[in-house]
Design a binder for this molecule. Structure first.
Ligand code: GTP
Ligand code: MG
Length: 335
């Protein structure tokens, strides 16, 4: 037991900042007490390399690897306590964490205002909308914006782009990069791209993205679209439970990546018509409640006249339901 602290002492002691904890998070899993070479090897084979990976893992995942749920829980608890992550934290720590959050400007003033400055790191942002609403354009633009220096709205960082619908266009990136004063070739080099061919492949890519994030300065992870493969592979009501279970796992993985590595995760989602709605909006994002609860922020895009688009935040804990208007032009998304 540590000796009781005097009041002033307790106040300065506070707990490590996320940065200090992040340092320990990079330690090899074998640095944890109770993990030997063999267990360490098994964990690494399945993608758990560092103490941070274990701290954010679920007991079930680890139990599947090492064969004991009880031991899995002990390992995860040990990793969490090494990082100073117990289940309860003080409101001061929550506040510190939030102060630490960075934002990627969308490059559009009205959209940034809607988002209190841009897309947040450490969170999952869902962009929903009908066909042609501009979801993919929004993702392209962010992949460029994240590269800008902080005084221009970026984070001087790179992006990972998981493309499930084959709609990523490098030419579009070069146009947007030029418009922002970036070297187009360099802008392309700063985006890691992968095409996902199935929902399983998409989930594996998310795991591989985690490895890249550890080694490189990534602050944006895009999944465009998050639900398309899941909807295609698990059609109809009879497959709904299985689909939602898998999707749930995928979103949980993405949330963990956002949280553990302070990355902005942006996912797109299609909207579906609900034939049974007579009042209000008959369109509804696909993915059901799994996405509704998984995404921290949800942006709804819709088409207006010609190249005009309207964005709205929905389901947000602290954004009022405002709207913002923007355009899609040669240069990308603009005011
Ligand atoms: P789905 O993926 O089909 O659901 O749609 P989405 O929401 O991803 O739409 P997307 O972002 O692909 O937006 C497509 C729209 O962007 C097009 O209808 C065009 O209006 C606009 N757009 C795309 N590329 C360009 C471009 O190079 N120049 C201009 N001016 N507009 C573009
Ligand atoms: Mg699209």
């Amino acid at each position: 037991m540590p000796r009781p602290k005097k009041k002033e002492e307790a106040e300065v002691e506070v707990v490590e900042t996320p940065d200090q904890a992040a340092g320990k998070g990079d330690l090899d899993v074998e640095e944890l007490e109770g993990i030997g070479k063999v267990t360490g090897q098994k964990l690494k084979e399945r993608g758990y390399y560092t103490v941070r990976d274990l701290a954010f893992a679920s007991a079930k995942e680890i139990a599947d690897i090492i064969g004991s749920e009880e031991r899995a829980e002990q390992i995860i608890e040990a990793a969490r306590s090494m990082l100073g992550l117990s289940n309860f934290i003080t409101a001061l720590e929550v506040y510190k964490k939030r102060v630490n959050i960075k934002r990627i400007s969308t490059g559009v003033r009205s959209l940034d205002e809607l988002l209190n400055g841009g897309v947040e790191t450490g969170a999952v942002t869902e962009v929903a909308g009908e066909f042609g609403a501009g979801k993919t354009q929004f993702c392209h633009q962010l992949a460029v914006m994240v590269q800008l220096p902080e005084d221009k709205g970026g984070l001087s960082a790179k992006a990972i782009y998981i493309d499930t619908e084959n709609t990523f266009r490098p030419e579009r990136i070069t146009q947007m990069a030029r418009a922002r004063g970036l070297d187009p070739d360099q802008a392309l080099k700063n985006i890691y791209y992968a095409r996902a061919y199935s929902s399983d492949h998409q989930m594996i890519l998310a795991e591989q993205a985690r490895q890249i994030i550890k080694q490189d300065n990534i602050k944006l992870l895009v999944v465009d679209s998050i639900v398309a493969h899941f909807r295609a592979e698990f059609p109809g009501r009879e497959n709904l439970a299985e689909r939602q279970q898998k999707l749930n796992k995928h979103i949980a993985d993405l949330l963990k990546i956002a949280d553990a590595y302070d990355v902005a995760v942006v996912v797109t989602n299609q909207v579906m018509a609900q034939p049974d709605v007579f009042f209000g909006n008959p369109l509804k994002p696909a993915g059901g409640n799994v996405l509704a609860h998984g995404a921290t922020y949800r942006i709804w895009l819709r088409k207006s006249k010609e190249n005009i688009r309207i964005a709205k935040i929905f389901d947000s804990p602290y954004h009022p339901e405002r709207e913002a208007t923007f355009k899609i032009t040669e240069e990308g998304l603009t005011d």
